[in-house]
Design a protein around this ligand. Sequence first.
Ligand code: THU
Length: 160
Amino acid sequence: MKEITITTQFSVFDSVQELPTDIQDLMQQAVAIRKNAYAPYSLFRVGVALVLDNGKIVLGSNQENAAYPSGLCAERVAIFQAGAIYPEAKILKMAITAASDNNKTTTPIPPCGSCRQSIAEYEIKQNTPIEIYFMGEIGAIYKSASLKNLLPFMFDKNFL
Ligand code: THU
C-alpha cells in the first residue's frame, strides 16, 4: 500500500478592491445579477459573470422550482447560456458571489459539486483553463487558476 497526496492551490484576495480591475468589474456584474436570482425557497442568491474570449460577458443567477431538483444553480445557468449562444467561444474567467437573505455570507462560497462537474466539461472541451473567483457577500475572494483545483479526480470524456 502507498498513499498519494494531491495538493491544490488558490490565491486569496482580502477584498474586491485587491482584485485586478477587470475582475473587480466582473465581480460587480456578478453582484448585480445576484439580485435577479429566483430563490423563494432557499433565500440564497448566487450571481455569476463570465468573460469569453470574444469579449462577451455572460451572466447567470440561480433559478429555483417548487419541485426542488428542477431548479438550477447560477453557475450552470451562466455556462449553459454561454454554450448555447457562443458555442465556439472559450470561457476565460468566472466570478461567483453568493448571499443569503437570512444572514451575511462572509466567507468565499465555492461552486457545488454538480457545477464543478459542469464547468469541467467546458474546460476540457475548450482545452484551456477557466479562472474562477468566488466570494460570499463581503470579505475575501478565492481565485482558482483552473477548475482542476476544485475537482481532483475529475471525471471526463477520456474515461469513456
Ligand atoms: N446554488 C447555486 O446557485 N450555486 C451553487 O454552487 C450552490 C447552490 C443555489 C441553488 C439553490 O437555488 C440555492 O443556491 C441553495 O442551494
